[in-house]
Design a protein around this ligand. Sequence first.
Ligand code: URA
Length: 212
Amino acid sequence: MRTQVIDHPLVAHKLTVLRNRDTDSPTFRSLADELVTLLAYEATRDVRVEPCEIVTPVSPTTGVRLASPRPLVVPILRAGLGMLDGMMRLLPTAEVGFLGMVRNEETLEAATYAERLPDDLSGRQCYVLDPMLATGGTLAAAIRFLVDRGADHITAVCLLAAPEGCARLEGELADLGVPVTIVTAAMDERLNEKGYIVPGLGDAGDRLYGVA
Ligand code: URA
């Protein structure tokens, strides 16, 4: 597994505003959207393309286009939905599938409660959207789900990550046999006793959707 922390002043600036508890939901949503687009630029560095021929107003030339099968973008419900527009801005022809995962707040384990994905993901590059890589349970379960369906390349885009979650993913996905990359705006210090990222930004879903 490869973890890529994006070092860019605009990423750091937007993340700082997201972290601030005084930032209201409309501002949070709009900045999260912008931040995801910046992360998406790095996350799509390995997106598969194929050569093609075109004609400019001046001459024929060669270029590239996205290869088939199209990449699949998978927001993890609920908070991953707040990252979808920011990702699709750079990959407008991608297909979108949905995965509903819920974390049991006592055991902190993840379970699937909803799924709307193609049956066969053979040869698909998948971009998983999950704002907070905290314990890693949700993301590990989601990645395994996609690989079991045939996905052969996974990139997870997370606003924030915790070292504990990354370590868990490394361990749980060691036998996966599929390349996994985590792209995030920051690697925070740790998790607290409730499984929240410290310093973090609080509950991403609540902050996106205005639940107090
Ligand atoms: N989920 C969140 O929304 N925030 C955290 O800090 C951890 C998990």
